[in-house]
Design a protein. Sequence first.
Length: 248
Amino acid sequence: MSLNVLRLAVRSLCFLLMNVALIMAGSEVSIAADYYRSRSLGRHLMSLAEQNPELVRVESIARSISRRNVWLLEVGRGVKQDRKARPAMLVVAGVEGNDLIGCSTAVSWVEYLVERYGSDADVTRLLKTTTVYIVPRLNPDAAEYFFARPKLEMCLNKKPADDDHDGLIDEDGPEDIDGDGLITWMRVEDTEGEYILDPRDDRLLMKADHLKGEVGAWRYLTEGTDNDKDERWNEDGPGGVNLNHNFP
């Protein structure tokens, strides 16, 4: 890839990232950032390819633990032989499972390129000289937690594992005890705990400082119960691999 083409690609992507930042700040811009569920993401990508067959191709390159598609978009002008032979760039988003805006940004960038092809000289040159590959969501299982109820922030890919080495798998995960639809945190009074009440606001906890003679009286735990009765809480729930921490 030539330096000029690389600069063009980076410039267009940076423009989109700037717009996304404005969206998150509440400003009005022309690019919308949607949070997609796995199925709606697939439908949207298919529609994008069907409406722009001369520029966009889409395929599933893998299946997640929960059998969700990992999609790949190929964006570029020309016949297959030419697209495969020329310089290429790869954009991978959705590696950190709870970072949904990354997927939305990647999809919006494809829309940006497609909409401006033929009218924007720089974009037209980019797609005629470079093949762009985009994986909008590498970790679909973790992303789907955002839409589940109760909501649980998760970066892992749901691969079953015996985290507490008791011969059982995923048997002691968090639970929505108060029924508010969220998995949050709770405090439990325990003389062996590490925390004390914050003297400035007793709704908060702070770690006991043993050098000051402070003695812990509370534990700070993920919301849930001790399902397997081993006196540990929520230590073996749905987990797996954090793809963002597992690069060579």
